[in-house]
Ligand binder design. Structure first.
Ligand SMILES: *[C@@H]1O[C@H](CO)[C@@H](O)[C@H](O)[C@H]1NC(C)=O
Length: 284
């Protein structure tokens, strides 16, 4: 009797400790330490982690180089949230990115992209999104934003599960790209693990009105800030938060109606007769 009640107490203590561990565990809920989860990819000193617990990361770009970082681990599905404050002032020619990518050296890599194309002062950023499967991309949609992304931090999220990819800004979906393999359309990244990447680089040869506006290097260095990331790799039992509901479907329509500036599925000039097959199913 004594022994079993002792065991019972021990089990209770054990369960209690487990609850604490799960609640504060960095992998269960983003502790957001850039030093722990990420590593620089290029740019040397232009990648700077700061703040208590390494919560903020600044990337900068000057004439010498841009900069970037990536996650140490790779992932198979999940949700990534990152707060970003984009390059302010005249940011024309700069591109800030947040994306998932599998190993690019294979030549058949998968990728899920957010790219933020800067603009001349006072003019809107363009958010560029794309999806690659087995090395093939050409699935671009572009948007403007309903706020100035250079004044405050905003949350940019990528949801990735076997059924869909969702791009969100402050919980508002911009785009949902669905897996239509049940209809014979084999274009969806789901067989390769991906890392999280971010970068700031100069792309004034294409980013700004087709290379017309050049980066103003007298404003360099350009800086973009990242903070409070969260990586949630558990997708089981999360189909609800990993798909649209009535409210977010309405928000998606609102964004697509008012802020979409490019959709590959309506680019007749580019594809003439042969649109990518998923275009006829709407949810792209
Ligand atoms: C920059 O601003 C112009 C004018 O508002 C707009 O047409 C363009 O799409 C914006 N974005 C980029 C990347 O140039």
């Amino acid at each position: 009797m004594r022994i079993s009640s002792n065991m019972h107490e021990k089990m209770l203590v054990f369960k209690f400790v487990m609850v604490i561990v799960l609640v504060v565990s960095p992998t269960a809920y983003g502790a957001g330490n850039f030093n722990a989860e990420f590593e620089p990819t290029f740019g040397g000193q232009r990648v700077r982690v700061s703040g208590p617990g390494g919560q903020t990361l600044a990337l900068s770009l000057d004439k010498g180089s841009g900069s970037g970082f990536r996650s140490k681990k790779d992932y198979m599905f999940g949700r990534v949230d990152m707060q970003l404050k984009l390059v302010g002032g005249n940011s024309a020619g700069t591109v800030t990115t947040l994306y998932l990518s599998s190993d690019q050296s294979t030549g058949r890599h998968d990728e899920i992209d957010f790219e933020f194309l800067g603009n001349v002062s006072g003019q809107p950023y363009t958010i560029h999104t794309n999806v690659f499967s087995q090395g093939e991309g050409n699935r671009e949609q572009q948007f403007h934003l309903w706020f100035d992304p250079t004044i405050n931090f905003h949350t940019y999220s990528i949801v990735w599960n076997p059924r869909l990819i969702m791009f969100l800004v402050d919980e508002t979906p911009l785009r949902v790209f669905r897996n239509y393999e049940d209809r014979g359309i084999m274009f969806f990244p789901k067989n390769q693990r991906q890392k999280i990447y971010a970068s700031l680089w100069n792309a004034d040869d294409w980013a700004t009105q087709g290379g017309l506006v050049k980066t103003d290097w007298s404003k360099a260095p350009f800086t973009a800030y990242y903070r409070n990331f969260n990586i949630d790799t558990s997708i089981n039992g999360k189909w609800k938060s990993h798909d649209l509901n009535a409210y977010t479907r309405m928000r998606l329509r609102w964004v697509q109606k008012n802020y979409m500036i490019y959709n590959y599925c309506t680019d007749w000039k580019r594809f003439s007769q042969t649109f990518p097959p998923e275009c006829k199913h709407g949810g792209v």
